[in-house]
Design a protein around this ligand. Structure first.
Ligand SMILES: [Zn+2]
Length: 175
């Protein structure tokens, strides 16, 4: 078990690409709260998700045992399975183009004794066959990540600028 996990985690991490954090407008690091920037540009939908790692993992230090290593791996797999994370308007026929995750826990920058805080950022890009039908997004990730209680969302598109506070009880963002 131990050796197979050691083998699998680098494989999962190898598929991640690193992106700049400069564009992220992180608010205060509040556990349970995350931000989501939604950009609609033609047939391309880009989602930038950002918040405390605790929201998705339950801890913010390097994994200390096999159980925590498995939790990291499970989080990465869950976040890459876009159908269970973000669901654009079905009629828009959007398909996932790329998922990029960035967190110090994924880059082995955290130490197991780290008692500070850490964040995770995810960039999701979709291409939509019928962008004229794209009017919203369901945040299905509330189903998988029960430490996540609130998402501050902002939407920027050619004809729309809106903001909304989403939660497990109000998981649909409309524009
Ligand atoms: Zn924290």
């Amino acid at each position: 078990m131990r050796s197979s996990l050691r083998f699998l985690i680098p494989l999962a991490l190898a598929s991640l690409s690193i992106k700049s954090v400069a564009a992220h407008e992180l608010g205060p690091h509040v556990h349970g709260v995350a931000s989501l920037q939604v950009a609609v540009d033609g047939n391309i939908l880009t989602l930038d998700f950002s918040g405390p790692l605790d929201n998705l993992l339950g801890f913010e230090h390097a994994p200390r045992d096999d159980k925590q290593k498995a939790a990291v791996k499970n989080m990465v797999e869950t976040l890459h399975h876009t159908d269970g994370v973000f669901a654009p308007s079905p009629a828009a026929n959007c398909t996932s183009v790329s998922v990029k995750l960035e967190s110090s826990v994924l880059e082995a920058k955290l130490t197991s004794s780290n008692d500070g805080h850490a964040d995770i950022d995810g960039e999701y890009v979709f291409r939509c066959g019928h962008p004229e039908n794209l009017h919203g997004l369901e945040l299905k990730l509330f189903d998988s990540f029960h430490n996540l209680h609130q998402v501050e969302a902002q939407v920027a598109g050619p004809h729309t600028q809106t903001a909304a506070r989403l939660s497990p009880a109000q998981r649909n963002l409309s524009w």
